[in-house]
Write a protein that binds this ligand. Structure first.
Ligand code: THU
Length: 160
């Protein structure tokens, strides 16, 4: 028997102001994207913004549907849009912010499992890490240097 232990590291900042201005600007794009969310069922709005290697910023928000599973999270809306629009550009970093209607989201809200799987595909595709910053509406911001901190033991193309 062999035991495999995986260590994950996140940096947690007390506020967005502690981060470099380019990261603050990317998070501001995520905030603007969050305002475009279509979330009449959950009233939980999420925005994601991606910085690409060519300097472009691509953003997306969650889009819900009366047939609930047909909706899509903000992170996947944004990353699939980036893949469709700029298929050859690497993704440098991603900023995510989430807000609930009836309570103030003050702690960092990480991407869901399905979004982690989707983001991991692009790290494998581009063979380089994607930095991920995530927060609620206000308060602390968490930073992961790579998606692999959030999703160890990924399912990827090597098994196919
Ligand atoms: N949502 C996201 O956009 N990203 C996540 O990582 C988790 C959840 C959305 C999906 C749905 O529209 C709402 O938040 C409540 O789950």
């Amino acid at each position: 028997m062999k035991k495999i232990t995986v260590e994950s590291t996140l940096e947690v900042y007390d506020s967005l102001n502690e981060l470099p201005s380019d990261v603050q600007e990317l998070m501001q794009k995520a905030v603007e994207a969050r305002d475009t969310a279509y979330a009449p069922y959950s009233n939980f709005t999420v925005g994601a913004a991606l910085l690409l290697d060519n300097g472009e910023i691509v953003s997306g928000s969650n889009q819900e549907n009366a047939s609930y599973p047909s909706g899509l999270c903000a992170e996947r809306t944004a990353i699939y849009y980036a893949g469709a629009r700029f298929p050859n550009e690497k993704i440098i970093r991603m900023a995510i912010t989430a807000s609930a209607k009836d309570k103030e989201t003050k702690s960092p809200i990480p991407p869901c499992g399905a979004c982690r799987q989707a983001i991991s595909e692009y790290e494998v595709k581009q063979n380089s890490a994607i930095e991920i910053y995530f927060m609620g509406k206000v308060g602390k911001v968490a930073k992961s240097d790579s998606l692999s901190n959030l999703l160890p033991f990924i399912f990827d193309k090597t098994v196919l």
